[in-house]
Design a protein around this ligand. Structure first.
Ligand code: NDP
Length: 349
């Protein structure tokens, strides 16, 4: 343990953050988590082992100035995870960009005021690295997403602006604390709380037939436990610095569907029609215009492109070793059935 002061985790109710809280408590840390509603609404956090002695929940909203002053007061480490994670929103500016960017500024301002903070660990995303895979390139921490906008992949835009703003804050204000960013790819695995996370939802959607066919699209996956542990290692590793691309192996949709099918989930409505060839990709680009606006843009900027990335820095500097992706995907599916996000299969397999 590197601090006996509470570790502040913003957005503690979130999918990744709840695992951070659990692991911090398991390791003996005290935690101050921020939530948007009254603490009694989060029994899954209050019931974690160690929570009754060492977890405090305080209310804070990213859109309210000074909201995090009390939350970070007296802490040495802050993990800023809170940010809206949704693909289709009505108003990208107010629903995504404002809370992500202004919220980051608000949290960092509170850290500046507190004088006790040593490091802020900022949950960024692969979205701040790119929104468009390039089959000829291997992405790493030096890459920045320069293509997203309010019209094009606005979630990616919100994450890019928020991370840029955080680094800019450090340059402008020269605080006594430093900043480390964790940039996870698609985080999957069991959820500690009842909400269905957007990344697990993609797996659910593939299983329940939302995707009518197999597309030439691929993702990097990281187990939620590993994403959480990366935040803690970034806090504990004194020499940690800069950004950390956080992802295990990549998997394309065809392999993912085959994995789900061979893992006993074939009674769901997995897509059978294979449109992962060149002609299929062209067809999918046309069909993407029938999807909700931002899903359509996402398909058009990702289809037919192989995403490759280098995760050597996080393994080397933070010492993380990633869980096998297949295991995390299967864990996620079983967990969604348990929470009722997925119906049990008809043949009860
Ligand atoms: P969740 O949606 O589960 O968590 C988001 C958290 O942010 C929730 O606690 C939510 O609170 C909080 N939040 C949203 N808006 C506000 C607001 N206006 N004020 C205060 N809190 C707010 O998503 P994840 O756990 O997946 O995401 C956590 C972080 O990780 C985000 O920054 C996301 O961009 C990033 N990330 C996620 C990836 C993934 O695959 N899941 C991949 C890469 C990065 P509430 O519960 O009240 O809604």
């Amino acid at each position: 343990m590197i601090t006996d002061k509470p570790v502040c985790v913003t957005g503690a109710s979130g999918f990744i953050a709840a695992h951070i809280v659990r692991q911090l408590l398991e390791q003996g840390y005290s935690v101050r988590g921020t939530v948007r509603k009254s603490p009694k609404n989060y029994p899954f956090l209050l019931g974690l082992p160690g929570a009754s002695e060492r977890l405090e929940l305080v209310e804070a909203d990213l859109l309210s100035n000074g909201a995090y002053d009390r939350a970070v007061d007296g802490c040495e480490y802050v993990m800023h995870t809170a940010s809206p994670y949704q693909i289709n929103v009505k108003n990208p500016q107010t629903d995504l960009v404002d809370p992500a960017v202004n919220g980051t500024e608000t949290v960092l301002e509170s850290c500046l005021k507190s004088h006790s903070i040593k490091r802020v660990i900022f949950t960024s995303s692969i979205a701040a690295i790119t929104d468009e895979p390039d089959s000829t390139k291997v992405f790493n921490e030096k890459d920045w997403n320069t293509m997203s906008s309010l019209e094009r992949n606005p979630y990616h835009y919100s994450k890019t602006l928020a991370e840029r703003d955080a680094w800019d804050f450090i340059m402008r204000k020269r605080p006594t604390f430093d900043l480390v960013a964790i940039n996870p790819f698609m985080v999957v695995g069991p959820s500690l709380g009842p909400s269905l996370n957007t990344s697990n939802q993609i797996l659910r959607d593939i299983l329940i037939g939302v995707y009518p066919c197999i597309m030439d699209i691929n993702w990097g996956f990281v187990a939620v436990q590993d994403a959480a542990q990366s935040h803690i290692l970034a806090m504990e590793t004194e020499t940690a610095s800069g950004r950390y691309l956080c992802s295990g192996e990549a998997m394309d949709m065809k392999t993912l569907v085959a994995l789900l099918s061979s893992s006993g989930f074939d009674a769901y409505s997995l897509p059978k029609l294979d449109l992962s060839g060149k002609i299929g990709s062209l067809l999918m680009k046309v069909l993407s215009f029938t999807q909700p606006r931002n899903t359509g843009v996402y398909i058009r900027t990702n289809i037919g492109r192989t995403m490759r990335y280098d995760n050597a820095k996080i393994k080397r500097e933070l010492g993380i070793s990633f869980k096998p992706v297949k295991e995390s995907i299967i864990d996620a599916v079983k967990d969604m059935v348990q929470w009722g996000h997925l119906p049990p299969q008809k043949n009860n397999k």
